[in-house]
Ligand binder design. Structure first.
Ligand code: ZN
Length: 385
């Protein structure tokens, strides 16, 4: 029996997936061999991967060969239609942050899980006088990040004793990878200045069922689950929103004083029910896509990220190309197949959209002028309630 890695409840409820476990994809959108277990904690309500040898083996393999944004040679994905503007993801995230937190012209920022430094570069453009540090589990991007303007330190390792304090510690898509995230945040809290703040972004399972198949994600957050982890870490949440970035939750939090009350949770449907519903939804999507592939001579998938890679692995050789609207990705290859723009799709081809009905409808609208037969699954409706 594995215990809950958030509240340490020793009796976690396994989620039954053994009859048809979904294939796994890494968070950098590569196929992953192997399977993992899922568990739900009745005490704290967290949905998680079982932190056992299987999960550790799978996630270690993912990190050994991590290749962020390989579909676009390292360029980060772009965000469209956010209330905080359009553009590279980290720019939009920082736009949200600056609107909700007062930051002076000078200060220190530590970006934990900085990878190739996209967030540090975006932050430097907004606050050029700040001193920036990055931190990663490997030294893969050390020289890249240290050569960026404003950056004066790069730390390597999993449990780092940082030599100074920071006005901002950012964790963009980090917390979902970390077993026992509250213990991790408590250690980091000691490196915040008294007025310092965390900027935290994680995937939102309620907006994004595909998060379940991401092998190296060990917590599948919704707003409640994130609030719970931040509360257990002794943090007060000043902002928590699912509206800033598509399919993500963004929180701004600080170390609370003894008299401050934690923010009350919003009660929502259980993540155990949601997980079972989403696994069924993923199989509906697979079946709809398989049918579309069998009835079409030329068949491709919309997108070049996690959902497209996952579905291509499930379907096999019927998928002959991918389609993307991001100019940084068009012309590259994924899983040995080309990534086309909509204007390059062979005439009369079928393109399956493995995304929610709302998103799929917008894509179909934008692609109306091309001779593409778009298909999506009507049951792909994430439950944001
Ligand atoms: Zn728990």
């Amino acid at each position: 029996m594995t215990s809950c890695h958030v509240c340490h409840n020793p009796a976690i409820t396994p989620v039954a997936v053994d009859t048809r476990p979904p294939r796994l994809v890494s968070s950098d959108a590569r196929p992953v061999e192997g399977t993992v277990g899922y568990g739900y904690c009745d005490v704290c309500g967290t949905l998680q991967k079982l932190i056992d040898r299987r999960w550790r083996d799978v996630s270690d393999r993912v990190y050994d060969t991590y290749d962020i944004n390989h579909q676009s040679e390292g360029a980060e994905p772009k965000v469209f239609g956010s209330p905080f503007g359009d553009g590279p993801r980290s720019q939009v995230l920082l736009g949200l942050f600056l609107e909700n937190a007062q930051l002076g012209e000078e200060g220190r920022l530590l970006d934990v899980g900085c990878s190739n430094g996209n967030l540090l570069a975006s932050f430097h453009a907004l606050r050029p006088q700040w001193r920036l540090s990055g931190s990663e589990i490997s030294d893969q991007w050390q020289s890249t990040v240290l050569s960026m303007p404003g950056v004066d330190a790069f730390f390597v390792g999993r449990e780092i004793d940082y030599p100074e304090s920071y006005d901002v510690i950012s964790l963009s898509h980090v917390l979902e990878h970390i077993p026992d995230p509250s213990a991790f945040l408590q250690r980091l809290s000691r490196h915040l200045t008294p007025e310092g703040r965390f900027l935290i972004a994680v995937p939102d399972l309620r907006q994004n069922p595909i998060d379940l198949v991401i092998a190296d994600h060990c917590t599948h957050f919704d707003a409640n689950a994130l609030m719970n982890v931040l509360d257990k870490s002794g943090l007060i949440v000043d902002t928590l929103t699912a509206e800033g970035l598509p399919k993500e939750l963004v929180a701004i939090a600080r170390v609370g004083t003894a008299t401050e009350k934690p923010t009350p949770y919003v009660v929502r449907s259980s993540l155990l029910d949601l997980c079972e519903k989403y696994l069924a939804l993923l199989w509906d999507v697979t079946d709809a896509a398989r049918h579309a592939g069998q009835t079409s001579g030329k068949f491709g998938l919309m997108g070049s990220s996690i959902a497209a890679v996952w579905l291509a692995e499930e379907l096999g050789s019927s998928v002959t190309f991918f389609v993307d609207e991001d100019r940084d990705r068009i012309g590259s290859h994924l899983l040995g197949r080309p990534i086309f723009g909509m204007d390059q799709v062979p005439e009369g081809a079928t393109v399956f959209i493995p995304l929610s009905v709302n998103v799929a409808k917008k894509i179909v609208d934008r692609g109306r002028k091309y001779p593409i037969h778009f298909v999506y699954s009507e049951s792909n409706r994430p439950d944001t309630n």
